[in-house]
Write a protein that binds this ligand. Structure first.
Ligand SMILES: Cc1cc2nc3c(=O)[nH]c(=O)nc-3n(C[C@H](O)[C@H](O)[C@H](O)COP(=O)(O)OP(=O)(O)OC[C@H]3O[C@@H](n4cnc5c(N)ncnc54)[C@H](O)[C@@H]3O)c2cc1C
Length: 312
C-alpha cells in the first residue's frame, strides 16, 4: 500500500472511528463472485459518510471507486489498487403530495418498488427484480421491458468531483440506453427522487409478479453467480435494437466455456461463473463471443457489465 493510502486510512479512522479493511476480497462484493483484494475497503452507511470518504480520498490523492450492490461488475483478479467504497446508505421517503419517492443512493431498487406498491403507488413495476441500488441504476440507466430509470427520475443530488453538492434534473444526466453522464463525469449520486403514479396495491403487485415470473423463466436459477446480461442489445443502422442473446445463439455461443466461466445454456447473453472462474476466464470467453458475432453479422457487441481494472 502506498503512502497516500496509509494517510487516508489514518485520517478516515480519526474522522469516523471506523478502520478501513485491508486486502478485502472483492469477490465478496460482486454477484459474479470474482475479484482479488482491494488495498482499502470501507462501507459507508449514510450520504454524509459517503461524502466524507470520497472527499478524504480525493484530498489524500487516493484512487477510489464507489460501488453499490456489485450486481453489474467484473472485478479484476488482481483486485483494486486504491480504495473501494461500498455505499450502504439506505433510506426512503415517500412524498404523497408530489407523487415522488426520495431515496438515498444505496436504497435497494427492490425496496423502492415494494415500498411504493405497499402505499398504493405504481410506475416502477418495470424495475421489479432488478437487483442493486439506486446509485447503480442511475449510473447505468437500468431498465427492462422498454422502460428505464431516465423515464422516472425527477431529480438527482450529486457530489461533483470538486466536492460540491448539486441538484440536477434528468436532462443534464445525458441518459441513453444503459448510459448516463455519471459514467464519464466522476460525479457520485448521493440521493434522488423518482416519479410515482397512483395505483391500487393489488394492480401494482400483479404487474410486478408478472415481470418477476418473466424474469424467472429467462434467467439462470437464483443462486447462480453472474451479473445479469453481459452485452448490450446492439442498435442497428435502422434504429431498431437486436437481442444480443439471439445474435450470440445464432453464432454458436451456447455452452461455450473458458476455464470456470461458461455461456448459460438457457440464454446466450448470460456468462455464468459455475466453476471458480477468474476475470481472465470471463474476458477471454467474452472476447470469443464478440469475435463470433462480428464474424457472422459484422456487429461489434458492447459490454453492459463493467470491468473494473486493478490499476488505472
Ligand atoms: C440477476 C440479475 C438481473 C439483472 N437484470 C437487469 C435488468 O433487467 N436491467 C438492467 O438494467 N440491469 C440488470 N442487471 C444489472 C444490475 O442489476 C444493474 O446494473 C444495477 O443497476 C446495478 O446496481 P448496483 O448497485 O449493483 O451497482 P454496482 O454493480 O455496484 O455498480 C455499477 C456501476 O455504478 C457505479 N455506481 C454505483 N453507485 C454509484 C453512486 N452512488 N454514484 C455513482 N456511481 C455509482 C459503480 O461505480 C459502477 O461503475 C441485473 C443483474 C443481475 C445479477
Amino acid at each position: 500500500m502506498d503512502e497516500q493510502a496509509v494517510e487516508f486510512a489514518r485520517a478516515y479512522e480519526r474522522e469516523t472511528g471506523k478502520r478501513p479493511l485491508r486486502d478485502e476480497p472483492l469477490s465478496r462484493h460482486a454477484s459474479f463472485r470474482i475479484g482479488g483484494p482491494a488495498d482499502l475497503f470501507v462501507e459507508t452507511s449514510s450520504p454524509s459518510e459517503l461524502m466524507a470518504a470520497v472527499l478524504m480520498a480525493r484530498a489524500a490523492g487516493v484512487r477510489y471507486r464507489v460501488i453499490g450492490g456489485g450486481f453489474n461488475l467484473l472485478f479484476d483478479d488482481d483486485g483494486y489498487r486504491g480504495l473501494m467504497i461500498r455505499n450502504a446508505a439506505r433510506g426512503l421517503k415517500l412524498q404523497t403530495g408530489t407523487g415522488t419517492i426520495e431515496a438515498a443512493s444505496a436504497a435497494a431498487i427492490d425496496d423502492l418498488t415494494r415500498g411504493a406498491a405497499e402505499r398504493g403507488w405504481g410506475g416502477l413495476e418495470f424495475l421489479a427484480g432488478i437487483p442493486g441500488t439506486l446509485g447503480g441504476a442511475v449510473y447505468g440507466n437500468a431498465g427492462a421491458f422498454g422502460r428505464a430509470m431516465c423515464d422516472v427520475l425527477v431529480e438527482a443530488n450529486l457530489l461533483t468531483p470538486e466536492g460540491a453538492e448539486v441538484r440536477v434534473g434528468p436532462g443534464s444526466l445525458e441518459f441513453a440506453y444503459r448510459h448516463s453522464r455519471l459514467k464519464t463525469s466522476s460525479d457520485i449520486l448521493l440521493s434522488a427522487s423518482v416519479r410515482l403514479l397512483p395505483a391500487s396495491s393489488e394492480a401494482v403487485r400483479a404487474a410486478m409478479d408478472e415481470s418477476l415470473a418473466l424474469r424467472a423463466r429467462r434467467h439462470p436459477p437464483r443462486a447462480t453467480a453472474y451479473p445479469g446480461s453481459f452485452f448490450k442489445n446492439p442498435v442497428l443502422p435502422d434504429g431498431c435494437k437486436q437481442a444480443a442473446g439471439f445474435l450470440l445463439e445464432q453464432s454458436g455461443a451456447r455452452g461455450l466455456r473458458v476455464g470456470g466461466a461458461s455461456v448459460f445454456q438457457g440464454h446466450c447473453n448470460f456468462i455464468i461463473n459455475d466453476a471458480g472462474a477468474s476475470a481472465r476466464d470471463v474476458l477471454a470467453l467474452a472476447a470469443e463471443m464478440k469475435r463470433r458475432v462480428l464474424e457472422k453479422y459484422g456487429i461489434a457487441l458492447e459490454e453492459e457489465v463493467i470491468f473494473v481494472p486493478a490499476s488505472a
